[in-house]
Design a binder for this molecule. Structure first.
Ligand code: DLL
Length: 433
């Protein structure tokens, strides 16, 4: 079933023609009206007239998350703030967040994108969908919420947390679909077991829309089998709008709406554009965004473009599941965590030094993060209560900066490894499992 068959199944030539029209209009408009993009293009020696076909996009300079951070909060916005109808915020590398803004039209396309995506996984107006992504500054909750309402499903906006209550509601309301992180669904299944709720026997759940963090086909199999459902991957980032694109019923790659995004895969080292099937870093140009345009934005996510049409009949480009990131951002329980944020937070505690080690592991279904931190020798004390007070303070500050609970383990000065040159302060045990 399609939401917008004319667009979703458009012939290839029409797609390319219309993408080029959008790109040309976008570049000309940004060059004429926006000092940031004009400066970037001039610095790169490229003019709007140089873009004569879609492939010429590779002549344009890249945009980075740093561009957003450096221009925080609204310097990159291309519309007056009176035209902004919503903001969302995502965490950034130095503890400074990235702010994204939306015009009414931006929200409209975002919702349209999710209506197409949810329809493609089989969600209709007969479904009741529990949205267990965080509502608020994170894009997951509200994004899925409006998409699901657009297809006419009944939405249960449960957000995150209160798992037992969520499970009771799932049973009582006969919820048929859920949107959350894959790790949260696994956690829910475990908690349900303890409550005597069997997903297969006691719920009507049939579809899960899972994303915001990397997960594997092996994880999909476990979820599908234990809950008796079909689980689909959903992808998106705050800079694109939020969650936007999913797999279809074929579960063979994520469909990207061609009228909204032009994807490229590049070699992260050289910036060279790679061909279909080749794995590299995903770069997106958003063709419709008004408030905060994105031209060749480097997402740092690693994937490949899948060549050829999909069995479902959609002609849009597809990407493979995201396999990792080219930078060091960690995703812990769906929340982005940068090692530099940890450092930033730790250094707010005067008794701690800059020597630390991060370990992320998965215990049961939940990600847990531990930070070992060295105490300044001058602040060292052999009184237990002094040490406990430092630990408590550090954990409080960490929670404030990272938005997740982190266990701090204090270490004696000199006990953690030292590095010459680049350090490797992060141990992600999840990738070793
Ligand atoms: O995570 C938006 C989202 C919400 C997507 C709900 C899906 C569902 P950000 O917080 O800006 O936005 O984080 C974006 O999360 O660059 C990826 O590294 C990662 N990510 C998102 N979806 C997936 C996925 C939202 N399906 C960053 N698989 C992205 C792997 C994902 N990684």
């Amino acid at each position: 079933m399609y939401w917008n068959p004319e667009v979703e199944c458009a012939p290839r030539e029409e797609i390319e023609r219309r993408q080029f029209e959008s790109l040309r209009g976008l570049v000309a408009n940004l060059y004429d009206n926006n000092p940031f993009y004009r400066g970037k293009m001039d610095g790169h020696g490229v003019k709007p007239g140089d873009i004569r076909c879609l492939e010429d996009i590779s002549k344009l300079p890249f945009m980075y998350k740093d561009d957003l951070r450096d221009n925080y909060p609204t310097k990159l916005f291309t519309v007056p703030t009176t035209d902004i109808v919503r903001y969302h915020v995502s965490s950034g590398t130095t503890g400074k967040p990235t702010l994204v803004g939306y015009t009414r039209e931006d929200l409209e396309y975002w919702t349209e994108s999710l209506a197409r995506a949810l329809t493609s996984v089989g969600i209709t107006d007969e479904d009741t969908i529990q949205v267990s992504y965080g509502y608020g500054l994170f894009t997951g909750g509200l994004g899925l919420h409006y998409g699901a309402e657009r297809v006419g499903a009944s939405v249960l906006p449960s957000s995150t947390g209160s798992t037992e209550r969520q499970l009771e509601l799932m049973v009582d309301l006969g919820v048929t679909a859920i949107a959350c992180t894959p790790s949260y669904l696994i956690h829910m299944i475990e908690v349900a077991g303890k409550m005597g709720i069997d997903f297969r026997r006691d719920t009507k759940l049939r579809i899960a829309v899972l994303g915001a963090e990397p997960w594997t086909d092996a994880m999909r199999k476990i979820i599908e089998e234990s809950a008796g459902i079909r689980a689909y991957d959903i992808f998106g980032t705050s800079e694109m709008a939020g969650p936007m694109f999913t797999e279809c019923g074929e579960q063979d790659g994520i469909h990207l709406s061609w009228d909204m995004v032009y994807p490229e895969i590049i070699d992260p080292e050289t910036g060279e554009v790679l061909g279909p099937g080749e794995e590299g870093e995903l770069v997106v140009t958003m063709l419709k965004k008004e408030a905060l345009p994105m031209v060749r934005f480097r997402l740092r996510d690693v994937t490949a473009i899948i060549e050829g049409p999909c069995k479902c009949g959609r002609t849009s480009p597809r990407i493979r599941r995201i396999t990792g990131r080219t930078d060091d951002m960690l995703i812990v329980r769906g929340i982005n965590v940068f090692p530099s944020q940890v450092e930033h937070a730790l250094l707010q505690v005067p008794e701690l030094t800059g020597h630390y080690q991060i370990t992320v592991d998965r215990i049961g279904a939940l990600d847990v993060m531990k930070v070992e931190a060295e105490i300044d020798p001058d602040a060292f004390s052999d009184k237990m209560e002094d040490l406990m007070s430092i630990k408590k303070r550090a954990e409080g500050i960490m929670k404030k900066y990272l938005n997740i609970g982190v266990r701090i383990e204090l270490r004696e000065h000199g006990s953690l490894p030292r590095y010459e040159g680049k350090g490797s302060r992060v141990k992600d045990m999840r990738s070793m499992k």
